[in-house]
Design a protein around this ligand. Structure first.
Ligand SMILES: C[S@@+](CC[C@H](N)C(=O)[O-])C[C@H]1O[C@@H](n2cnc3c(N)ncnc32)[C@H](O)[C@@H]1O
Length: 273
């Protein structure tokens, strides 16, 4: 069977099972991780790269831990965690996102890579064709985005089938966990069928905003619920790394998805509703 034919068949299968809503079922839902982060493997490859050399010059410590250490917890109003830890406490940078971002460049040569909710746009220095989209006030001294915008329904509608390569780290999770599927579908709808996207979300931010029904559940129920909501999607997962060992990963998220092969027909129909 030719590749394009099997891709076409897969797309049809996706289309017939993909839905806007997934009803939660009580039985255990098994979803195996796909290409999850492996610290040793990633480290041995990343240390050979130019990006690593540049980062090593800029920061005293590069962290390869899957989850940012909880002992770094601190709160500083008005600044994003990545800036707080880098500029104000110590010179530490978590390089873990590069594991997932690298997939955007594989079998793909995107002219631009977009970072939605870029905060201080700290990845730009290491990814020259990066365009950071930020919601902060342009008058704020920390404002560093290339484009001032905010991801909401209007933004999503304006950017359907738009990005060749896009990522968003811990920016689109300030909504109720109940809306997880919508957040992921909205993000995917902005990726071209030949493009790729990396989305990272922190479970804890969404639990804090969840309806009482979800808020009061234990972690194992929530984990099962999350896997169900992320199933039968109108795209493929190149990476499916959902790991709640660290329930509050405020730096790099604990729901990490690399999305590809987006089914445009599904989203065309969806946008008509
Ligand atoms: C935890 S910071 C992460 C910043 C950056 N992505 C990083 O990893 O360093 C959260 C950022 O998300 C942005 N944000 C929150 N909701 C957003 C939305 N709906 N659209 C765009 N940016 C958003 C905030 O302005 C803030 O800069």
């Amino acid at each position: 069977m030719s590749d394009s034919f099997s891709n076409f068949q897969k797309a049809l299968e996706n289309l017939s099972t993909a839905t806007e809503y997934v009803e939660h079922k009580d039985e255990k839902f098994v979803q195996e991780p796909i290409r999850p982060y492996n610290k040793e493997e990633f480290r041995s490859q990343f240390e050979k790269t130019e990006t690593y050399s540049l980062l090593s010059k800029d920061y005293n410590t590069l962290l390869f831990e899957k989850n940012f250490p909880p002992w770094f917890h601190a709160s500083q109003v008005g600044q994003t965690p990545r800036l707080v830890y880098i500029k104000h406490i110590t010179s530490v940078f978590s390089v873990v996102p590069f594991y997932y971002i690298n997939f955007l460049f594989q079998e793909n040569n995107p002219k631009n890579v977009y970072d939605l909710g870029c905060g201080q746009n700290l990845f730009k220095k290491y990814i020259p064709n990066l365009i950071g989209i930020g919601a902060e006030d342009p008058a704020d001294p920390y404002y560093s985005a290339d484009i001032h915008d905010f991801v909401d329904d209007q933004f999503v509608a304006k950017h359907q089938n738009y990005f060749d390569a896009v990522f968003s780290i811990n920016a689109l999770h300030f909504v109720a966990l109940d809306d997880l599927r919508k957040v992921v579908l909205d993000f995917a709808s902005m990726i071209r069928s030949t493009g790729k996207g990396f989305l990272a979300l922190n479970l804890q931010r969404m639990i804090e905003r969840a309806s009482r029904h979800l808020y009061n559940q234990n972690l194992s129920y929530i984990e099962n619920w999350v896997h169900q909501q992320l199933s039968n999607m109108p795209f493929d997962y190149e990476v499916y790394d959902v790991d709640f060992t660290c329930r509050d990963d405020f730096m790099d998220g604990n729901i990490r998805l690399v999305i590809r092969n987006v089914n445009l027909n599904f989203f065309k129909e969806r946008s008509k509703r």
